[in-house]
Write a protein that binds this ligand. Sequence first.
Ligand SMILES: Nc1ncnc2c1ncn2[C@@H]1O[C@H](COP(=O)(O)OP(=O)(O)OP(=O)(O)O)[C@@H](O)[C@H]1O
Ligand SMILES: [Mg+2]
Length: 316
Amino acid sequence: MNDSRESLPEATEAPLIVDAEFTETEEIAGSPILDSAERVVTEKPSNPMDLPPSLPTPEGRGRVVTVINQKGGVGKTTTVINVASQLGLRGYRVLVVDADSQGNCATGLGVDKSRVRTTTRDLILNPESAVNARHATAVDNVHMIVGDKTLIGLEQEMLRQLGRERRLNDALAPLLPHYDLILIDTPPSLGIVSVNALVASDGLVVPVQTEYFALEGLALLSGTIREVRALLNPSLGVDGVLMTMHAPTTLNQQVATELREAFPRLVVEPAIRRNIRLAEAPSHGIPIHLHEPNSAGGQDYRDVVSVLERRWGLER
Ligand SMILES: Nc1ncnc2c1ncn2[C@@H]1O[C@H](COP(=O)(O)OP(=O)(O)OP(=O)(O)O)[C@@H](O)[C@H]1O
Ligand SMILES: [Mg+2]
């Protein structure tokens, strides 16, 4: 754990803040909904399934990990909420950055979005807002920067900006010594906001639903990772491939077997079982480990975090 965190001001307490004014979030006129097939880079990788392993975290700062898969609904946000929370409960200092305009991390961590004034959009456009953009959550030791609908349209706005791929990286830099882990949730697309997350990251966690199209989607992600490594962040690698919404059907088992064969060193065990408790926890504004810690989902995320804790070099 990092010890050099005393000088950072306390995170703004939301939803616990009482003095925050309600401010309507700004709508960006005419901004298109992001195309989930959008890609910033287009070269074909030579081996479409190659996922490069990651490197250890540099000394003196927290590890930045992005949870990414351009396929929608595979468990990215559920993973961010519950991995962050389990680490928070273990005493690590964790910052969640929600880079998705759906803003679901806030709900799942008990943060009232309507009362938050500084979001991930501000963080990307004004890196100096980083310290004040942090909010306390329902979980001790877990802070977050809230994503919301103002992220829609940011891609268009950023087209005019120099160094647009590095803005999140630059904004997070002063926070890194104060946390053990910075966990970034991404939208189901590989646009410029996701590329910003890749550029800011040491490692990636890729949740994959053990369903038929799982492996196909990974080729696209692999190509993007390769190009970000070549152009923007040579040390980017994958920390883990996480199997999600796993059920004991023949198809699920077959896909899990394929993933284990394709990525023997990257697959994180156990597979996260399909479990209704994981789906209902966000409606209570708490993670699984405060909602139903002994449910199948609670157990699986606890076990997965123990594996990731070692891979991330966190354990004391
Ligand atoms: N292991 C699980 N068992 C049952 N339901 C789950 C599980 N994991 C996630 N879910 C549910 O599946 C839905 C999609 O999950 P989630 O929002 O985490 O996916 P996502 O990849 O973040 O989606 P998006 O691409 O839209 O951001 C949610 O309703 C969530 O509660
Ligand atoms: Mg999500």
